[in-house]
Ligand binder design. Structure first.
Ligand code: PLP
Ligand code: LYS
Length: 456
């Protein structure tokens, strides 16, 4: 439940502490907060706020650290970026150029991954409710593997594959009933979660899969949750996976692939980040001797620290006497949903060097949406900021812009990618007219407007 624990007032990491562990960010006297080599004020001046910013250099560096950690074990894994974390084509292209494949959970994500240039042979398809058209699209594209999450889905896939005259390479996603020790809303490997096939039914279902027309069972998959920073849950889950491989082989069945899922956590506040080297050791230790191909599906660890959300303080609002003031931002829960949904903590750094060294004070940081849950943090200790001050919300590269909505008729924010000293808009701010462009008023709705006469 790491993220659910409320931050202790007065104990937030300082700006200097946040910067110390984020190598792509630095504070400069004149330019203020700089990402790679680009002053973030330059972007905010040009585009306004709220605006998302992704660092291509950070994506590459993190991919390389992950790949290197696994190569060092002598058993490289195939890395499938979890597209749900950030599905922007530019992000996918940067990772694809490093060698990443993709883990997709919908027909839309499959199309995005293909559009970004990720080869079908490097795509796996997870998800608890794939539709027949989605299965059809995956088979026609010739993706590497479909991770099947139930006996019912297996039957459906067999029907689709036969109709297509194709064979589906299948891994059964197992629910190991292991507590990943993460927030209740982002755990996926417990018996009470909807994901995966009960552990004790896996071997029989694998044997059954081998008899189904159109199905070629190739392996097993597992994903126990997200924002996992301790290795023990992984080790327990992978030990169960190894038991299943041995049991499947004892039945004389062929198994060649293990997908170890994603979930590696990052340091939002002051948690110790999940180390790729430790994950590689856990996978190597539990599964390395089985002679199968190995894959992982990281999302947050690769993309989270690569993204920021720039925002401006609309106003400082005084509350009751003796209570902290409210900093009302122009970003809101419709942009970054994680704090409202999971009580998630995101670091906040002013863009101006002068603001960054202002005396610290306690504030509530909120958005303008009409929900009390529209908050980025209660009792946060931040350098004093006045109306008009700009700031960056940190570690928003995963599950940030992909979870945005237009609630309260707020257009989706612009997106930028930074690479060294370059920056470019990678998605324009949504125009307000796009919000109702697909609306229509049925002809049977009375179109005659009452003459104004009443009203306020
Ligand atoms: C099947 C599957 N794989 C991979 C991921 C990526 O998880 P994370 O972003 O925590 O690495 C998820 C999301 O939790 C998932 O559901
Ligand atoms: N969206 C979640 C994680 C869920 C991962 C997908 N199963 C987050 O922001 O942390």
């Amino acid at each position: 439940m790491a993220e659910a624990s409320p931050p202790c007032p007065g104990q937030d990491p300082s700006v200097a502490a946040l910067l110390a562990v984020r190598p792509a960010l630095s504070m400069h006297a004149m330019d203020g907060l700089v990402l790679e080599e680009v002053p973030l004020n330059t972007i905010a001046d040009a585009l306004g706020t709220p605006t998302w910013v992704m660092s291509a250099g950070t994506l590459r560096a993190r991919y390389q650290r992950l790949a290197t950690a696994f190569r060092a074990t002598g058993r490289p894994v195939s890395i499938h970026f979890a597209v749900k974390a950030n599905d922007h084509l530019a992000v996918l292209r940067v990772l694809a150029a490093q060698g990443a494949g993709a883990d997709v959970v919908s027909g839309g994500e499959l199309q995005r991954a293909l559009m970004a240039g990720i080869p079908a042979a490097r795509i796996v398809f997870s998800g608890v409710g794939k539709t027949m058209p989605e299965m059809q699209a995956a088979l026609r594209a010739g993706i590497a593997q479909i991770n099947v999450e139930s006996a019912e889905e297996l039957e459906l896939l067999s029907t689709v594959a036969q109709a297509e005259g194709l064979e589906a390479p299948v891994a059964l996603r197992i629910n190991p009933d292991v507590d990943a020790g993460t927030h209740a809303k982002i755990t996926t490997g417990l018996a009470t979660n909807k994901f995966g096939i009960p552990y004790n039914r896996a071997v029989d279902l694998y044997a059954h899969a081998a008899t189904l027309p159109g199905i070629r069972p190739v392996g097993l998959a597992m994903h126990i949750g997200s924002q996992i920073v301790r290795m023990q849950p992984y080790r327990t889950a992978y030990a169960r996976l190894a038991d299943l491989v041995r049991a499947i082989r004892a039945r004389g069945l062929h198994i060649e692939a293990l997908d170890c899922g994603g979930g590696l956590g990052i340091s939002y506040r002051d948690e110790t980040e999940g180390a790729p080297e430790a994950l590689a050791a856990a996978i190597h230790g539990e599964l390395g001797g089985l002679g199968t191909r190995l894959a992982i599906e990281p999302g947050r660890w690769l993309a989270g620290p690569a993204g920021l959300l720039l925002s401006t303080v609309i106003l400082r609002k005084r509350g009751y006497e003796g209570m902290p003031p409210f900093l009302v931002l122009d970003a809101a829960m419709n942009d970054l949903m994680r704090p409202s949904l999971y009580d998630a903590w995101h670091g906040i750094i002013p863009l101006s060097a002068r603001d960054a060294v202002a005396p610290a004070e306690q504030v509530h940081v909120v958005g303008p949406v009409c929900e009390s849950g529209d908050t980025f943090g209660h009792d946060r200790t931040l350098p004093h900021m006045d109306a008009g001050a700009r700031l960056a919300l940190l570690d928003c590269g995963a599950y940030g812009m992909v979870m945005s909505s237009t609630y309260n008729a707020r257009p989706l924010a612009a997106q930028v990618m930074v690479d060294g000293g370059h920056w470019a808009v990678i998605r324009e701010r949504q125009a307000i007219t796009e919000l109702w462009a697909a609306d229509s008023i049925p002809p049977w709705v009375d179109e005659t407007l009452l003459p104004s006469g009443g009203g306020l």
